[in-house]
Ligand binder design. Structure first.
Ligand SMILES: [Zn+2]
Ligand SMILES: [Zn+2]
Length: 152
């Protein structure tokens, strides 16, 4: 049973970012982060998708700038980056409401499905404990080929 505490509202990443010292939240970074906040967690976008969404809404920004901005937001721990060797990387909002989860990723088309698995989290906990590490997160990215791409 989840305790009532797990429904606490957290400040949005954007709000906490504005309060964060160090790296500045420039209008460009804010715009990219707002895009992710607008679509919510559990959605995984490529840099190209972020770029076309912004240019469609009238922004003149280069793909290279989007890449730089995304990488920085990953460093600032607002976004999570999924490493796909063939399909180009994907980015998603890091959110307290959407904690440890795993990904099944199609290496051909980039389709990304999420799943939960307590055993994976447990395995990470045990390994960290045995070696005296402090656990931060356990997530598993499974590279695979989706049904559509298998039949191509
Ligand atoms: Zn995800
Ligand atoms: Zn696929």
């Amino acid at each position: 049973m989840p305790s009532p505490n797990s429904y606490r509202t957290h400040p949005s990443p954007l709000e906490s970012g504005l309060r964060q010292d160090g790296k500045r939240m420039t209008p460009q970074r804010k715009k990219v982060l707002s895009l992710f906040e607008g679509i919510g967690s559990g959605i995984h976008l490529s840099a190209e998708e972020v770029h076309s969404k912004l240019t469609n809404s009238g922004d003149k920004v280069s793909l290279a700038t989007i890449y730089r901005t995304l990488r920085l937001l990953v460093k600032m721990t607002f976004l999570n980056e999924l490493d796909l060797s063939e399909g180009g990387n994907r980015f998603e909002l890091l959110s307290h409401d959407h904690p440890d989860h795993h990904h099944l990723i199609c290496i051909r088309c980039g389709r990304t499905e999420e799943f939960e698995n307590k055993d994976v989290i447990k395995a990470g906990e045990v390994a960290a404990k045995n070696l005296g590490f402090k656990l931060l997160e356990s997530s598993l990215n499974v590279r695979a080929i989706c049904p559509l791409c298998i039949n191509k």
